[in-house]
Structure formats: structure tokens, C-alpha cells
Design a protein around this ligand. Sequence first.
Ligand SMILES: Cc1cc2nc3c(=O)[nH]c(=O)nc-3n(C[C@H](O)[C@H](O)[C@H](O)COP(=O)(O)OP(=O)(O)OC[C@H]3O[C@@H](n4cnc5c(N)ncnc54)[C@H](O)[C@@H]3O)c2cc1C
Length: 409
Amino acid sequence: MPRRRALIIGGSLGGLFAAHLLRAAGWDVEVYERIGDDLAGRGAGLGTHDALRDMMARVGIDVVTPLGVATRAYVCRDRTGRAVHEIKLERVMSAWARLYRPLRDALPDANYHPGVTLARAETDARGATAVFADGTCISGDLLVGADGGRSTVRAQFLPEVKPQYAGYIAWRALVPEADMTPAAREGLCEQLTFCAPDGELSISYPVPARDGDIRPGRRDYNIVWYRPIDERQLADINTDASGHRHEQVPPPLIRPEVTAAVKADARALLPPAVADVFVAAEQPFFQAIFDLASPRLVFGRVALLGDAAFVARPHVGAGVTKAALDAACLADASAAMPDLDAALAYYDRERRRFGDWIVARSRDLGACIGLGAKATRALTPAYVMGEYATLPIDVKNWAADQSSVISNR
Ligand SMILES: Cc1cc2nc3c(=O)[nH]c(=O)nc-3n(C[C@H](O)[C@H](O)[C@H](O)COP(=O)(O)OP(=O)(O)OC[C@H]3O[C@@H](n4cnc5c(N)ncnc54)[C@H](O)[C@@H]3O)c2cc1C
């Protein structure tokens, strides 16, 4: 049988996992990524899970090296810096580049096409065609839409499904550990630090540096700070100094007064050591938080994967793990079933089940963020940390359920 060919739209983590796992299952793959530059510069911290580590190992990436920085406890501090709640729990916190770099380097350049934007997909009973913005058309047996939360592929097949704003944003800051004071390093770098000012939640932790270094003193420190704002305020901070309103303003275009205001709020609301780090960040940036669940993932020979299929609020911290497991399910189903349409029907059914779970679990946890009646749960340190502490186990069970489904199919 001739080798099947998959056209993967999106060369971020979901697309790269799909490329590696489909290749291992006997497919030829071509990855098309809109951004022309290397993506490793997208710096931000990521929580890891055993299933993610297993997926990296399956792709053949060295997992002897730690995937990230080990932390030993969850500690909630009040705005004076006093510890008010503590749970002993080990976690490994990683960074986007530490996953992206080896995944990208392990894929031949000949199969990765940067600076290429999909305009639309076409599909029929025998295959799919990618139509790119420059008019080029490429055909294959399968087109995988791994093109993220604002997926062009999903918008074409499910135009009525739109990301729903959750009512809050995540401000993010990443600072070299070397720029932190010795006291802040000592107080913050062995743990996940939580802080819950009124209706808000900040979580911060050490992560590998952009070059992958995980040695103390050479790592980065990452802050994620959830803050409720309404849609009018969101539109305002997404507007640059020239008056142009972006769907998601690029960090260098965030207006200086917006950055100055959030830094002043950090001083007023966060524990002093965390505020010092936030204020030291050259350019904190924000991401609006959305919920999105696709009611269908397969359209003929087109399949949605990763954030293109489901966008969960980041609280479960398993979006990348889910994208990797989506890719594994697609590859395993296509290897196990000679009939590709039957494999895709299986993928559609199974991944909706897992996607719906992560969206619901994250929405439930995020319900405590918001002011007054907008928060449907009280945001107490004990509640929020207890929830965060159970998540690694929930994700482990969720991933194990998927593995057993595939192997017992
Ligand atoms: C604040 C925050 C914290 C998070 N923390 C975690 C965490 O701790 N752990 C975790 O696992 N996950 C976390 N996530 C989620 C995680 O970032 C996503 O789930 C994950 O990046 C999804 O990967 P993806 O490849 O599906 O999509 P993306 O990373 O969005 O990639 C989509 C790619 O497609 C490309 N593209 C888009 N349109 C086109 C087109 N038309 N043609 C060609 N290319 C196109 C884009 O340029 C992009 O590179 C977090 C998310 C946020 C917002």
C-alpha cells in the first residue's frame, strides 16, 4: 500500500506531536506553519504531566534529562508575603521552548514549511487539499487542523463555534532568575507560589530558561496572574497606541500606560517578592481566557487537533498534554484500522470525550475568579490549592483512561 500523506496545518506543539506520531505510524507528513521565524522564542511556563513525559519518550526525545524544574510545595502567600496555606507536593514545571526545541529539531526541515498560511481546506471521499494564501494547493489523504484556538480550519467547518470569553485574562511575566534578589530567589524558587487577592489568582514558579538551562541561578521565573476584566476593558487593553484594536495585541504593542497600571497593581496586591519580579519584567503580556468545545472534530478527511478542537482554561495545565494525546489517538487509530474513515470516526468520538472533560474541569476551577456575583465559588486559599493539588492525579487518570481505551479497542 502506498504511504499515506498527512498535511498538518500549524507547526506548534500540537502540530509537531502529530507530525512525529503519524510518521511513526507510517505516514508521510508535511507541516505548514504561518509564522516564518523559529517559534522557540514564545516564552512561557508550562506545567507538565506524566503523560506528556511519556509522549516525549514515545517520540524518541531524551527523557533522562528532566523535563523542567522540580518544585516541592504549593504555598499561598498573602499580600504581605506571609505563608497562609501550604501543601507538600512535587511538580515539574517546564517551559514552552524546552518542549518545542527538541520536537522541532527532530523533524526534518524538508517536512516543515514555515511562513505558509492556510486559506481554506477542501475535502472529499478520497482525501483533502490545503489551499494556501498564495494560491498554492497541496493534496493528501488527511488534513490535520492543528492551527490553535483561532483555527482557520475550525472556522471553516464550524463557523458557529466561537471561543467564549471567560471574563478574565492572564497576565504573564517571565524574568531571569539572575535578576531576582537573593531573598526572592530563596523564598520563591523551590515552590509554586499562590496568591489570591480579591477575585484574582496569581501562580508563579521557576521554569527552564529559554536556552533550556535548569541550573539554579540560570533559570527563569514565571508568573501567571488571572484578573477579571469585562469585554469593554479587554477591548481597551487590546488597542495599541495608534488606536488599532487587535484581537490579541502583540506584547510590544501593549500601551505603556496599560503596563504601568498593571505593575502598580502588582505592587498593591501581590506578595512583595512576586511583585518585585512582575515589576522587573521587561514586557509583561496578557492572554484573554476562553472556553471552546467543538461538537465535531472530523469533516471528511479533515481532523481538528489540540487547541483547534478544544480550548480549556489554563487551570488544568494540560493543553499541551491533550494535544499530544490527540495526536497519539489519531496515529494509533490510523495504524490499527485499515479503513481511514473508521479510524477518523473513532478519533472524533474519543477525543470529544476527553476534550469535553478538560474544558469542563477547567471551567469549574476558574469559576472562583471574578468579582462579586461573577464568581460562583469562593476563592479561598484552601479551596483553590486543594483543587490545584488534585489536578495532576485527575490528569493521570484521564490519560490512563485514554491509553486503555486505545489498547483495548
Ligand atoms: C495562560 C496560559 C497558560 C497555559 N499553561 C499551560 C500549561 O501549564 N500546560 C499546558 O499543557 N498547557 C498550557 N496552556 C495551553 C497551551 O498553551 C495550549 O493548549 C497549546 O499551546 C496548544 O497547542 P496547539 O499546537 O494546539 O496550538 P497553538 O500553540 O496555538 O499553535 C497553533 C499554530 O498554528 C499556526 N497557525 C494558525 N493559523 C494558521 C494558518 N491559517 N496556517 C498555518 N498556520 C497557522 C499558529 O501560528 C501556531 O503556531 C496554557 C495556555 C495559556 C493561555
